[in-house]
Write a protein that binds this ligand. Structure first.
Ligand code: GUN
Ligand code: ZN
Length: 426
């Protein structure tokens, strides 16, 4: 059945950092949706007709739903754990929490709550690390499939340097990943990401298995971590003494491609930057996490100038907010520290179409182009008294977006649609 979703509609068709002709905006706009897909977008007056079901979100903004390209499903109870940098934080808080996901009942309960949090914050697609247990990925895919929500996820592969309760083996990791790909990759809107946690927790034998999986399934994403923390880098290089640099480990197992998502990518050598650019591999900026874990300041402009297409993500539970708005706010501040600027139009492009481009999924998500999934976020720039007060002085769309970017969180998300279905009720 067709429905018309009315509001102040904003859609990006190019990167505001590349060209002035980058978005369209309809002050009284509408999106015509049929069976979970966008049929048309434009002026309300041109799309309305007698008998059509209409939902009116004016004066709120409607955009393509946010995409979070790096988040950890089993860390939803790890967020806000005090006092540690990466390696201690993993050992003290993260691995014990992930061990609980061996229990399918726990994983199933958490999967529903995980998707609830994403949509409450306006995020309609995520790229998620699961725990090392096959059951954790099964639970997440099953829950996302039930909601017709596009999820890219994988069970973490990790066979050393962590407690036994979160370890697999090279063979088990391979077999479980292959079985999950068979069961879920391409089922409805689900996609599989081959997920070696990082080089510290994967032996050379396991990295061989990762390479074999990536060769056998070239249309699957591969996600991992790269150069987040200086102690991590030193430890990593001690474990792979023949590697020229951190990236060279992943390169040696044939993982560099435009399907590769490298979380953090903060402390990079010039050779690593050049190879990422040549191979089309992607960096993923995780601002709230990088500040919270004291990891470092991402060089967005430097990587972009080198030709790398980067994503921006929450990295919950190293990250401190599920909100892509808060993520853009902290991203803005990190770039300020580097003398770089994140314009609000570029910011909202990044969290939608930009992240879709990073995933190679811009035909499906990230824009309001006809044929795309009707995954939408409805944003209220007057959601709190402080925002409403600030909005009294806003004169332009860019100013309104910047208020949302800096002051907004889940309170500013008036509604989220996944495949045309509203996720907030009551
Ligand atoms: N590096 C390896 N595992 C993790 C993780 O779970 N979170 C973050 N932030 N970095 C990692
Ligand atoms: Zn991460």
């Amino acid at each position: 059945m067709q429905q018309l979703i009315r509001g102040r509609v904003l859609d990006f068709h190019a990167d505001p950092q590349d060209t002035a002709d980058n978005h369209r905006f309809w002050e009284d706009g509408a999106i015509l949706v049929d069976d979970g897909r966008i049929v048309a977008v434009g002026d309300h007056a041109e799309l309305t007709r007698d008998g059509l079901e209409e939902i009116d979100h004016r004066p709120h903004l409607i955009l393509a739903g946010f995409i979070d390209p790096h988040i950890h499903f089993p860390q939803l109870q790890v967020i806000a754990s005090w006092g540690a940098q990466l390696l201690d934080w993993l050992n003290t808080y993260t691995f014990p929490a992930e061990a609980e996901f061996a229990d399918p009942a726990h994983a199933t309960r958490m999967a529903g709550l995980f998707l609830d949090q994403l949509t409450a914050h306006g995020t309609t697609t995520a790229v998620a690390f699961c725990s090392s247990h096959k059951a954790s990925a099964e639970a997440l895919f099953a829950a996302a499939h039930d909601r017709d929500m596009a999820m890219i996820a994988g069970k973490v592969m990790m066979d050393r340097n962590a407690p036994a309760a979160v370890l697999d083996t090279p063979q088990q990791g391979y077999d479980d990943s292959a079985a999950l790909i068979q069961a879920w990759h391409g089922k409805g809107r689900q996609r599989y990401a081959i997920t070696p946690r990082f080089a510290i927790t994967s032996s050379p034998e396991q990295m061989e298995a990762v390479g074999a999986l990536a060769r056998a399934h070239p249309d699957c994403h591969v996600q991992t971590h790269l150069s987040e923390n200086v102690d991590e880098i030193e430890y990593t290089l001690s474990l792979y003494p023949k590697a020229r640099d951190y990236l060279d480990i992943y390169e040696g197992y044939g993982l560099l491609s435009d399907k590769l998502l490298l979380g953090h990518s903060i402390h990079l050598e010039s050779r690593e930057i050049a190879r990422m650019a040549e191979s089309g591999s992607h960096a993923v900026f995780c601002p709230t996490s990088n500040l919270f874990l004291g990891s470092g300041l991402f060089d967005a402009d430097g990587l972009r100038a080198a030709g790398i297409v980067s994503g921006i993500a929450t990295d919950v539970g190293g990250g401190t907010s599920w909100s892509m708005l808060q993520t853009l706010a902290e991203g803005y501040k990190i770039l300020q520290m580097r003398g770089q600027k994140l314009h609000p139009l570029a910011a909202f492009h990044w969290a939608t179409r930009g992240n879709a481009l990073t995933l190679g999924m811009e035909a499906e998500i990230g824009t309001l182009a006809p044929g795309s999934a009707a995954d939408l976020v409805v944003l209220d720039a007057r959601a709190t008294p402080a925002m409403a007060l600030r909005m009294e002085k806003a004169e332009t769309l860019a100013q309104e977006l910047f208020i949302l970017q800096i002051m907004g969180d889940d309170r500013a998300v008036a509604q989220t649609y996944v495949a045309g279905r509203p996720q907030k009720t009551g």
